[in-house]
Ligand binder design. Structure first.
Ligand code: ZN
Length: 185
């Protein structure tokens, strides 16, 4: 699987990384708090409005030291969906100009959360990650989301098998011959 090791606790982590998911969720909570009618605007939170800007800021930061590259650039709506519906957040690396998923909680097996986040942003699970997704029951996602993940796994694995079967045929064909040079080589 194509993940990158990152120490999110590094003192100069913000030099190359932007915790974009955490930032968006923090602003979203602040915005909610600005409409508070319970006199809590000056405080950091309101229980009645269920606004916790500071907690949310913490909650949507990456904690596990891996980053999973995204294929596409997620819009704000998708980033919020990832933060709210999966155990992942979205981070941005300014050096390679790429968006990544990162886990916001540690736990037993969060492969289903990563799969779900990939489906939300990229529309499919990262191909190299297919075999890492746990399929022994819904771990940390809802039954409905587990169903979505299983359907997508079935669809992608079938494509993957088709592609590999075709490739295997080509390889076997080549091995039967005297290994010709490619045209132009
Ligand atoms: Zn309030």
């Amino acid at each position: 699987m194509k993940s990158t090791y990152v120490n999110w606790g590094d003192t100069d982590i913000y030099r190359n990384w932007d915790f974009i998911g955490a930032g968006i969720m923090y602003d979203k909570e602040l915005e909610k708090l600005s409409h508070c009618s319970h006199g809590n605007k000056e405080k950091e939170y309101c229980h009645t409005c269920e606004c916790y800007p500071d907690d949310t800021h913490q909650d949507n930061k990456p904690v596990v030291n891996y980053a999973y590259p995204l294929f596409s650039e997620p819009d704000e709506e998708k980033i919020i969906k990832v933060c709210e519906e999966t155990g992942c957040t979205v981070v941005y690396n300014s050096q390679d100009d790429n968006y990544y998923l990162a886990l916001t909680g540690c736990g037993m097996n969060l492969s289903q959360d990563i799969a779900l986040a990939y489906i939300i942003v990229d529309g499919c699970i990262e191909w190299g990650f297919l075999e890492n997704v746990s399929v022994s029951g819904a771990f940390s996602v809802s039954k409905e989301d587990y169903q979505i993940i299983l359907n997508e796994l079935e669809r992608q694995l079938a494509i993957s098998i088709d592609n590999q079967t075709r490739k295997l045929k080509e390889v076997t064909e080549q091995l039967k011959n005297d290994l010709p040079l490619a045209k132009g080589a």
